[in-house]
Design a protein around this ligand. Structure first.
Ligand code: NDP
Length: 452
């Protein structure tokens, strides 16, 4: 029988190897550390997981595609971006995960997101593998025509790697309904197939699911509510700080209001807004979804209750709960210390890996309920899988039915993480619970399917 300590030593050796084999990919190293640090108890208890190189296979993507994306701007100048699709693991179903268009995108970022996605998708209980993709293209300030030409060029290579039974991309940072529309159009044109299930996040009139735009934010609030319920509390009357002002942030703020809580902040890369009356969602949607503007415009138009803090971080604003919903590593140890000092009760990750490892340890040590992204933000991909199911059946569900499913799935994920953490002597540790529960499901499928 291998002890936990011996198993941890083997996992640590594997982490060193991962760093050597994947140089200059700090985000991927961070994501691998975060998972492998928590697996020793389950691997020690079930040695069959250690044997057939299972974890070594799990940390190596099944396929990685990188390609050139040339496109012309409105002045006729040619730009060359880089496209990526990392197909990480398909033991549970077709690769599934979003596309990110942001200048910070590189192979390491896409690999960290793809790796996280494998466990997240497993936690939903649905039949979806994990993948992720994107480009270092920056859509900010680009005209619709430029974004369309970029998306068409991107899909001109991507189409040969995806399909409803192979790999099903969706949105992420910089990729929303507009981009999914252009990508779907080019896929249809090249393949001559009306294959709705090849992309999710489509418009409702042409194969999209109701509640998909809302799903990640709504799901994260439901997860936070479940964590609070576990401690005998609810969201009613709580003050929340939310970062970001994109898809996830907006629908997080909406669901908080619906459940009686009050979100007082939002942000973008220029700074943050604090609004003591609570964020006016109609105004925020107008500025961000319609005008594609910056958050300072919100403070200008809202009046006396709101102010814009250039370059600041929302974590300085006192609140009962914190919902990071912008990007990776946006909440560090100092921010976590500030949140704790201000009496935060729960932190739930809408974004992927927004809290640094040091921040997570500090929050957990202080007894704050901490919901890791791979559990807390799984609502988006879960409703994407429901969109695939509707597409397959050529039907469309009501908003009420989708939301009911989303609520059930988020509560199930919470219960699974909670019970798994207890089973492995880490009560209340949702990071351990999420990693082990996701791992067990993928690992069992990989074992059954042989060494491939
Ligand atoms: P959007 O593009 O709609 O919004 C992103 C928001 O985050 C914007 O306000 C943006 O500000 C801000 N932001 C992005 N990068 C940075 C940065 N480097 N520094 C500061 N602010 C930044 O993306 P989403 O809302 O879809 O995604 C947000 C997070 O949620 C990401 O981590 C994503 O991976 C995760 N997620 C998304 C899901 C979805 O369904 N969309 C599902 C699960 C997770 P600015 O405009 O100034 O860049």
């Amino acid at each position: 029988m291998t002890t936990r300590r011996e198993t941890q030593t083997r996992l640590d050796q594997l982490l060193t190897e991962i760093e050597h084999r994947n140089p200059a990919q700090p985000e991927f190293h961070q994501a691998a550390h975060e998972v492998l640090e928590t697996l020793a108890p389950v691997v020690a208890a079930r040695p069959e997981y250690a044997e057939p190189g299972l974890i070594e296979r799990l940390v190596e993507p099944e396929r990685q595609v990188m390609f050139r994306v040339p496109w012309q701007d409105d002045q006729g100048r040619v730009h060359v971006n880089r496209g990526f699709r990392v197909e990480f693991n398909s033991a549970l179903g077709p690769y599934k995960g979003g596309l990110r268009f942001h200048p910070s995108v590189n192979l390491g970022v896409i690999k960290f997101l793809g790796f996280e996605q494998v466990f997240k998708n497993a936690l939903t209980g649905l039949g979806i593998g994990g993948g992720k993709g994107g480009s270092d293209f920056d859509p900010h300030g680009r005209s619709d025509a430029e974004v369309m030409r970029f998306c068409q060029s991107f899909m001109t290579e991507l189409y040969r790697h995806i399909g409803e039974h192979t790999d099903v991309p969706a949105g992420d940072i910089g990729v929303g309904g507009r981009e999914i529309g252009y990508l779907f159009g080019q896929y249809r044109r090249i393949t001559n197939r009306w294959e709705a299930g090849v992309l999710t996040g489509k418009g409702h009139g042409w194969g999209g699911s109701l509640i998909r735009p809302e799903a990640t934010g709504y799901g994260n609030v439901l997860f936070a509510a479940a964590m609070l319920r576990e401690r005998g509390e609810d969201l009613e009357g709580q003050t929340a700080v939310v970062s970001g002002s994109g898809n996830v942030a907006i629908y997080t703020i909406e669901k908080l209001a619906a459940l009686g809580a009050n979100a007082v902040t939002c942000s973008d890369s220029s700074g943050y807004v604090v609004d003591e009356k609570g964020i006016d969602l109609g105004l925020l949607k107008q500025i961000k979804e319609v005008e594609r503007g910056r958050v300072d415009a919100y403070a200008e138009r809202r009046g006396a209750s709101a102010r814009f803090v250039p370059g600041g971080r929302v974590w300085d604003v006192p609140a009962d709960i914190a919902l990071p919903s912008a990007t990776q590593n946006e909440l560090d140890e100092n921010d976590a210390a500030t949140l704790v000092r201000n009496g935060v009760k729960a932190v739930s990750e809408g974004a992927n890996m927004p809290a640094t490892p040091e921040a997570v340890h500090l929050l957990q040590k202080a007894g704050v309920a901490f919901g890791p992204g791979k559990a807390a933000n799984a609502g988006g991909v879960a409703v994407s899988a429901l969109e695939m199911a509707q597409n397959h059946a050529r039907t469309s569900w009501t908003a009420a039915r989708v939301e009911e499913e989303l609520t059930r799935i988020m509560n199930d994920i919470h219960t699974t993480c909670h019970e798994t953490a207890e089973r492995y002597d880490a009560p209340g540790d949702y990071v351990t619970g999420a990693n082990i529960a996701g791992f067990e499901r993928v690992a069992d499928a990989m074992l059954a399917q042989g060494v491939i």
